[in-house]
Design a protein around this ligand. Structure first.
Ligand code: URA
Length: 254
């Protein structure tokens, strides 16, 4: 049985932070020869990957959703394909107002084939819930890289670059109202910006005409609980940006 919103907030230890200022307080109750050696990949060393025919598919991603998903599932364009159980394409509403982009799948995501299903995902769900959103409705969740980096390390720039055409085509097909980048890797992957996150927060950035807002990665927030308040500010800022740019006829429910 699903948890109530209050239970989820309490579970994540984020009540009462995830609440809009001025809102009614609620009591917190809640082996391929063309690929590099596996040990180099496991150690997280940057590796030179021999480019095979599949790379052609990456440089020309399919124009339709199902074709793109099939390409991602079969992709062998970087070393991450060696150890994945499966590629994790993304999940959610294909006509979303919100697109959240994380870093890359972890062990649980690799096993289940869905992004953000582990601890960080529970926090992301609670963040969505606090905005009266949930995965699958008006929200799409994707990652900068579709395959799990071994040991949950940060994806290498070449891995993000190999996956970028997929992400770009996803965005093109989804046409979200706003993109929220979760953490530095997502910022690097989409915007090629390596500034500190703190320097990018609180500003409306842009990707091909779509407003972009940057905030902390949920996994970072789990390790740095006081930063949740800042992330909440970022989400409220993102919602303001979405409201400001959405066409009135879109009839957004807020
Ligand atoms: N962290 C991410 O960045 N993405 C996931 O899907 C899970 C954890």
């Amino acid at each position: 049985m699903g948890m109530t919103r209050e239970q989820m907030l309490a579970e994540m230890g984020i009540a009462p932070i995830w609440r809009e200022r001025g809102a009614e307080p609620t009591p917190p109750s809640v082996p391929d020869a063309s690929l590099p050696p596996a040990d180099a990949v496991a150690l997280g060393r940057p590796v030179a990957v021999a480019v095979d025919a599949a790379v052609a598919a990456v440089s020309a991603p399919a124009s339709d959703w199902d074709g793109l998903a099939a390409q991602v599932a079969a992709c062998r364009a970087c070393a991450l394909c060696r150890e994945r159980k499966q590629a994790v394409f993304g999940v959610g509403d294909r006509r979303p107002d919100w697109l959240f982009i994380g870093e890359g799948p972890g062990a649980e995501e690799d096993a289940r084939g869905e992004p953000f299903v582990g601890q960080a995902g529970k926090l992301l769900d609670a963040m969505l819930d606090a905005l009266d959103l949930k995965r699958g409705e008006r929200v799409y969740i994707a990652n900068a890289v579709k395959c799990r980096p071994p040991g949950n390390r940060t994806p290498e720039p070449d891995e993000m670059a190999a996956c970028r055409p997929f992400l770009e085509r996803q965005i093109e097909l989804l046409r979200p109202g706003i993109i929220v980048l979760l953490g530095k890797a997502a910022v690097h992957a989409l915007l090629h910006d390596d500034k500190a996150l703190g320097a990018l927060r609180g500003r409306q950035l842009e990707y091909r005409g779509i407003p972009v807002v940057v905030t902390y990665h949920p996994a970072y927030l789990l390790r740095n609980l006081p930063e949740k308040a800042k992330a909440w500010e970022d989400l409220l800022f993102a919602r303001r940006c979405l409201r400001a740019t959405a066409a009135p006829e879109a009839g957004l429910p807020f």
